[in-house]
Design a protein around this ligand. Structure first.
Ligand code: AMP
Length: 415
């Protein structure tokens, strides 16, 4: 027997419906804020991620699904959405259009991680990218959009905020951090990364490394005047919108291309997988990928973890819905033609496909949680009528066939 590959999942109709709701809500919200959808390929040249995400990141070092195709190109299943979106922005010269460019995406990402509840190898993300705006107002808009998504779903999150400065102020900080870390006992990976990318160490999950970091210098004392002011104004903007946040000087996020603002939405409800989503500013990435220098800020929200929390907005509606057509030969042909007409009018309507008896058809109506049964048997057809049964109250009424379509389409719960 075959099973879905480790770390991947099948979404059967009930769960798939929940994912669809999450996607619809995300798209609607993004459009409310003026973001247009962008769909990029599921795989890209591996080099794009090596450059765009960064060689020293966990994603590139150990989590990519890479393969060569028959033309000997190295390709990688996208582990995140930003590199592809920025690649498209540069490729299609979207920087020549009115700025800022505002894009959103929703789709699967692939990471070779150790699977557990809330951590998968095919995961889903909703993300937005705002390109071309440097000011703090842009950061605030992106953070507010993510915040609103959780609010609409009824999920409590804690917003954590930091600024990691610009390459200019990070230089001094790097020196201080390296000097501090050189004296400590770090895990092998961190020792290897220490001189190339010391800020990665702040992100390490190893408990020994975390202990050693307790007294580590924090970036906030090293921010240059401009970065400090930018960060201050992001905080003021959030205050004005009434969005609460905690500052955390260690929040650096796992990707190399971040500058200035970094943020994460956390939850207490999922144990160790406490990150629901996050993002930040990445002013250097567009240029790194061959475009003109373009400031940018974005976020990515994990959809699997949201679904796992079963937020109120996703809980199944108990209400009955739709119509079951109950019929039998020789009336079935004509009755089905009528059902087709009702479908074209927008009704949710089903009928028996296995030539079952009347009683069994009513059972199907019930099992499918239908609100109404529309009965058109051979005798009814002869008399030019149909019978409509309310499956909640059990009440029945007769309808003349020439008003069936109009009446049924206006029934509560028919669509
Ligand atoms: P990241 O881009 O790594 O910050 O990921 C953004 C969000 O995606 C995280 O906060 C998680 O909610 C979600 N996420 C990341 N990796 C996984 C995974 N392997 N399985 C499920 N969700 C994930």
């Amino acid at each position: 027997m075959y099973r879905a590959p480790r770390g991947t999942r099948d979404f059967l109709p009930e769960q798939a419906e929940r994912f669809r709701r999450l996607e619809d809500l995300a798209a609607l919200l993004a459009q409310q804020y003026g973001y247009g959808e962008i769909r990029t390929p599921i795989f890209e040249l591996s080099e794009l991620f090596q450059r765009g995400v960064g060689e020293d990141t966990d994603i590139v070092e150990k989590e990519m699904y890479s393969f060569s195709d028959r033309g000997q190109r190295s390709l990688t299943l996208r582990p995140e959405g930003t590199a592809g979106a920025v690649r498209a922005f540069v490729q299609h010269k979207l920087y020549n259009e009115a700025m800022p460019g505002k894009y959103f995406y929703f789709g699967p990402m692939f990471r070779y991680e150790k699977p557990q509840a809330g951590r998968y190898r095919q995961l889903w993300q909703f993300g937005v990218e705002l390109l071309g705006a440097e000011g703090p107002r842009a950061d605030v808009e992106v953070i507010a959009l993510g915040w609103q998504y959780y609010q609409e779903l009824g999920i409590k999150t804690r917003l954590v905020l930091n600024s990691i400065g610009c390459p200019h102020c990070r230089q001094e900080y790097r020196k201080a951090l390296i000097a501090y870390l050189e004296e400590r006992e770090l895990c092998q990976l961190c020792s290897d990364r220490l001189h190339r990318n010391p800020m990665r160490v702040l992100d390490c999950k190893n408990s020994q490394c975390q202990e050693e970091l307790e007294e580590a210098p924090l970036i906030d004392q090293y921010l240059c005047g401009e970065c400090r002011e930018h960060f201050q104004r992001v905080q003021e903007g959030l205050d004005q919108l009434g969005i609460p946040y905690d500052l955390d000087g260690r929040l650096v996020r796992g990707l190399d291309y971040y500058t200035r603002t970094t943020f994460e939405y956390k939850t207490d409800e999922l144990g160790s997988q406490d990150a629901l989503g996050g993002g930040g500013r990445y002013d250097g990435l567009v240029e790194l990928l061959g475009g003109p220098a373009t400031p940018a800020v974005g976020l990515a929200l994990g959809i699997d973890r949201i679904e796992l929390m079963n937020p109120p907005a996703l809980q199944a509606q108990e209400q009955r819905r739709g119509i079951w057509l109950v019929t039998m030969d020789p009336a079935a042909g004509q009755a089905i033609a009528l059902a087709q007409e009702l479908r074209q009018g927008g009704a949710r309507i089903q009928y028996d496909l296995m030539e079952r008896k009347f009683r069994a058809q009513f059972k199907q109506a019930d099992r499918n949680n239908c609100r109404w049964a529309l009965v058109i048997g051979p005798d009814d057809l002869e008399q030019g009528k149909a019978v409509l049964r309310d499956l909640v109250t059990g009440e029945q009424q007769e309808l003349s066939l020439d008003i069936v379509t109009e009446t049924v389409l206006n029934l509560e719960g028919a669509k």
